[in-house]
Structure formats: C-alpha cells, structure tokens
Design a protein around this ligand. Sequence first.
Ligand code: PRP
Ligand code: URA
Length: 213
Amino acid sequence: MKNYDNVVIFDHPLIRHKIAILRDERTSMKEFRELIEEITTLMTYESLKDGVQTTEIEVKTPLETCTQTVVADNSVVIVPILRAGLGMVNGVHVLFPSARVGHIGMFRNEETLQPETYYCKLPEGIENNLVMVVDPMLATGGSACDAIDLLKEKGCKNIKFMAIIGAPEGVSKLAQAHPDVDIYVSTLDRCLNENGYILPGLGDAGDRLFGTK
Ligand code: PRP
Ligand code: URA
C-alpha cells in the first residue's frame, strides 16, 4: 500500500501481542471485549497527542503556585459506528472521561457491501469539538467514509478516525476521500476476501463483541 501522510499504522509489540489473541477464534467474548478496550486505550494515548484543546490552570503545590496545562473538558466527542464501534468507547473514556458520545448506526448490505445508515444522534455543538470516530474494522472503507461525510455535513472540521484492523483497500479509500482526517490503524492486514471480510482479520467484530453468532 502507498504511504499516506494522514495514516498512522501502529507497530508496537504490546499491540501486536494483544491483536494476536484477539484474532484467535478460541478467544472468549469477554476477553475479546477487554482486548478491544485495551488496544483502543493504547491507540488513544498516541492519537490524542495533538489536536486536543488544552487550557491553563493555577495549581498550588505544597511549595508554590504554578501554571499548568490540562485538557479542556468537553473538548472531545467519541463517535462509534454501531454496532462494533461501541466496543471501543470505554477504551477512549479511560483516558478521556469527559468525552461526550455521539452514535452513528450503519450496517453493510451483505450483497453490495455498501453501508446503510439507520441511526444518527450527535451531541449539541459537536462542530466545535475534536471528533474521534471509532470502528474496529476498516474493510472496504465505505462505512468510515460515509460516517465522516455525515459528520462534515453537520459542520465537524476536526475529525480523527481510529480502527483496530485495516485492509489496504479501506485505508487507501479513506485516506484519499478525507485527506484532512488523521487515520490511526493498529495493524494493516493483507486484503479483503470475496465477501468483503478482512484477511487474516478476526471475523465479524460485532458478532464477536456481542455474541450474536
Ligand atoms: C462492520 C464494521 C464496520 C464495517 C466495515 O460493521 O464494524 O462498521 O463492517 O466494513 P466497510 O469498511 O466495508 O464498510 P457491520 O456492517 O458488520 O455492522 P455491525 O457492526 O452492526 O456488525
Ligand atoms: N466487518 C467485520 O466485522 N469484519 C470484517 O472482516 C469486515 C467487516
């Protein structure tokens, strides 16, 4: 895959270790859910290192008063793409508990692989926030592109996207469609199969998170 300026592929031994367990078909639903959260937290630490609004406060130590920089409350909105994106919300909240949450519901039509939007509820004033769109799987890229189109239509200007596993097809599509969006993917897989599933992948993230199959 070509290199894109707006794409970060994590290459970290701790993340690679967790992803190996996540892929394993024997991993239980509970462990799968915990791993998705843990990997998301590791990715959040890096992906929020810039772009977050900060503010200065006065702190009185036992010795003197000093000016300190803290992250501004309410400056980040997490937007999971339902369903599987829900599994990543807690992972961001661990580091950013004041983040509000908007929801975009989408499913892929199994024949056309085109995303269909069935729900959208976003916090008021989201256009002034850093919006972190989360979805564990970036396959064809259709769902991520449409979700970000929708957010831009609502006026959002500062958007990041975070996925656990990306296929080259989806990463390229998203990077080209939204060059202003920073894209963070913890690992890049080989390709998509004929049904639009990522190989080697982990199967259907929503089903594994929620036990629906
Ligand atoms: C999965 C996944 C993404 C989408 C990725 O959701 O969570 O949203 O597919 O595929 P794409 O990049 O080709 O659009 P799915 O449609 O299976 O819905 P679910 O989360 O409700 O299971
Ligand atoms: N959605 C998933 O959950 N898994 C894939 O491999 C592709 C899309």
